[in-house]
Design a protein around this ligand. Structure first.
Ligand SMILES: [Zn+2]
Ligand SMILES: [Zn+2]
Length: 481
């Protein structure tokens, strides 16, 4: 009950944690002659996910505090503060009294994340990101670009540009390879929009919300929905990617007992009135003030939710500077992703878009039936793929929407990739939990980078066709049959 309750109240926390996956491989040796590197391999920059840079309040002062991600102690303290009020509200049904405890407790952890009205960080909240100094690079090593996830992507694009210039100078190369994960894709798109692809050899987008994610769209419209089925399916589809061996067997067995015995339903029925009664205040007093000027999270709102989200989050007199910033990303970058990336391709820079499928999306919102990688809907990560709802197919006799002379329908008849804006450059991995990778993904990316002198796409290698099966235990990506 604690777990479900906790995730139902700190909604944004779930969203944020789901976006936070970080991988840091090692680097190889290199050779520089007259300032130019002769190794033949352009350095790779990993444009990391949300949470890539630690955020501090009052950095380098005696009051320094880690704001994001909060330390474990902060969560323990939060649970300790709320466990008593939670039991009390179940008995008294005094929801206002509970909200009076809940809102300040959560605000104590996340309140300082609020940007100023124009969408800039307040001066007391900073990162400690530094430019790299090690010139060693190669196909198995990379540079790590972290950023403040609350910032305007078009400002982060300037930082990424400076970082790229620095890496080029450091390594003696003229181009970099970019590998973006999750929110890193937002920043990479903002960079390509602003600076073009002249300094880019090739680019990979892994599980990126290139056209947003429905969970952000729903939450920024004040919509929450938790159902028994979505919570169960989240456990059923997401946990096997996180657990293994006996633990997996044990936990999955427990999940089934909890669901099939009706216990989960009973718990949710108890929690539902708390959610219904407290949600309006939690939005008004906590989530809207903390997140309304978070330009980074705005970049996650898909088009069909966007204008209503602005009305809900910003009210009748929105800050004009903030509005202009979020609109520029939304209309000129997110909504032009296909045009931007097709230009990149036309200029000879290979692109790989990789979308995960077959995982229940965050079980918090009405759009929980969208197929996804658990965090980003497959249709948005794949920039326009036609995807059947989770556990369903496109139907017998389904005909490919766009006839380009290829088959773009997945062998399991769940995906039609012909509607993707880059149908020849978009791969799908089934099942794949958000940015959760293993050696098999590493091999795929390595193959892509090793062959990026040619125009690699979904037809280049029979081992890596458009639709891949994720062998999680074997750590391999295999052609889907
Ligand atoms: Zn080199
Ligand atoms: Zn085609």
């Amino acid at each position: 009950m604690k777990r479900i309750f906790k995730s139902s109240v700190s909604i944004i926390l779930t969203l944020i944690l789901a976006f936070s996956v970080v991988i840091i491989p090692s680097a190889e040796e290199t050779t520089i002659v007259d300032g130019k590197c002769t190794c033949g391999e352009e350095p790779e920059i990993y444009v990391a996910a949300l949470g890539s840079a630690t955020l501090y309040k009052d950095a380098d002062t005696p009051d320094e505090k880690v704001l994001f991600r909060p330390e474990t102690g902060a969560y323990v303290e939060l649970i300790a503060k709320l466990i008593g009020p939670l039991f009390l509200v179940l008995m008294t049904k005094d929801y206002d009294a509970f909200a009076d405890k809940l809102i300040p407790a959560v605000d104590g952890i996340f309140g300082d994340l609020a940007n100023d009205e124009e969408g800039n960080s307040t001066p007391d909240v900073t990162t400690k990101e530094e430019l790299p100094t090690d010139p060693a690079h190669g196909l198995t090593g990379n540079y790590y670009f972290g950023y403040d996830f609350r910032a305007d992507p078009l400002v982060v694009a300037d930082d990424l540009s400076a970082y790229i210039d620095h890496v080029l100078e450091l390594t003696g190369h003229e181009k970099v390879r970019l590998r973006a994960s999750s929110m890193g894709g937002v920043m990479t798109m903002a960079y390509l929009y602003k600076y073009g692809e002249a300094k880019v050899k090739s680019v990979i987008f892994q599980c990126c919300p290139l056209q947003g994610t429905a969970v952000a769209g729903d939450l920024f419209n004040g919509r929450i929905q938790i159902t028994e089925e979505s919570v169960y399916r989240y456990a059923e589809t997401a946990l096997p990617s996180l657990l293994e061996g006996f633990t997996e067997t044990f936990v999955m067995g427990l999940v089934n007992v909890v669901y099939k015995s009706g216990f989960l339903g009973t718990v949710l029925n108890m929690v539902q009135p708390i959610l219904d009664n407290c949600a309006p205040r939690v939005f008004d007093e906590l989530l809207i003030p903390v997140f309304k000027s978070n330009c980074g999270i705005w970049s996650f709102v898909p088009d069909e939710y966007y204008e209503s989200a602005k009305a809900y989050m910003l009210g009748e007199n929105p800050n004009e500077v903030l509005l202009q910033r979020i609109d520029e990303y939304h209309y000129n970058v997110q909504q032009k992703a296909g045009d931007i990336l097709n230009d990149v391709l036309d200029n000879g820079v290979p692109v790989m878009i990789l979308a995960g499928t077959n995982i229940q999306r965050t079980p918090l919102v009405p759009t929980w039936t969208n197929d996804s990688d658990g965090t980003v809907d497959t249709k948005y990560a794949s920039v326009g793929g036609t995807i059947a709802p989770l556990y369903e197919t496109l139907g017998e006799g389904y005909v490919q929407a766009v006839d380009c002379g290829h088959n773009h329908i997945s062998p399991d008849n769940r995906i039609d990739a012909s509607t993707c804006l880059l149908p020849e450059n978009t791969w799908f991995v089934t099942p794949m939990l958000h940015s959760t990778t293993h050696d098999g993904h590493g091999e795929l990316y390595r193959w892509f980078f090793e062959n990026d002198d040619e125009g690699v796409n979904v037809w280049s290698n029979p081992d890596y066709p458009q639709f891949l099966e994720n062998d999680i235990d074997g750590q391999k990506l295999l052609p889907q049959k």
